[in-house]
Design a protein around this ligand. Sequence first.
Ligand SMILES: Nc1ncnc2c1ncn2[C@@H]1O[C@H](COP(=O)(O)OP(=O)(O)O)[C@@H](O)[C@H]1O
Ligand SMILES: [Mg+2]
Length: 211
Amino acid sequence: MSGAFIVVEGGEASGKSTLIRHLLAHFQAHGRAAIGTREPGGSAGAEAIRRLFLADGDGAGVWSAHEAVALLSAARANHLRVTIEPAIAAGAIVLCDRFYLSTMIYQSVLGGAARDYVEAMHQWVCGGRQPDLTLLLDLAPEAAMARLRLRGHENRFDRMDLAAHARVRAAFLDFAAQSEGRMKRLDASEAPEQVAAAALAELAAFGLAPT
Ligand SMILES: Nc1ncnc2c1ncn2[C@@H]1O[C@H](COP(=O)(O)OP(=O)(O)O)[C@@H](O)[C@H]1O
Ligand SMILES: [Mg+2]
């Protein structure tokens, strides 16, 4: 079977990691080669950059948004070269937790880096690589914040205020509306099993879900 590059996007605590776990279990149960990976990270070099990136701690501002785009793009290139492209070439479905669109939203829409710069950087550093399909986990900001309080905070992005969560959500929906079918919105307020079933239905429509 041929491989595929599937990205899961959405705000903090929208259920990306949970969905990827469910999908991997489904693919494994059906004997379909699949891997789960994440950004920033997913390869040794990119994980090293992740540590640098998150070393910003409480957001005191080690990295400007502009600098963060360069760091994240370098990490993404390494991740693509070392992990993602070889897995796809070997016929696996790659399920990636966040990708380029997260950089566009967090560093450009929220962080103020110029959109042209983010796009140009992606073109130069990552060949403009886009996923075959993006699953967008859409969740109301109040619900996301309630989950974060339950889960506990993992990094500085988890401490964003309600307005920032709302801007991230709106930006993801804008990109989905302009994606010409390459992004599928999922209602992330449903139970995890239902979110996974909806995701599998989208993947099946794409010819990718073993049943
Ligand atoms: N569909 C869901 N309904 C309710 N809670 C969920 C759902 N999906 C995930 N959670 C919980 O919300 C928190 C964040 O989920 P997680 O998968 O870690 O999100 P993300 O990876 O997008 O940050 C976790 O505590 C998780 O158990
Ligand atoms: Mg996660």
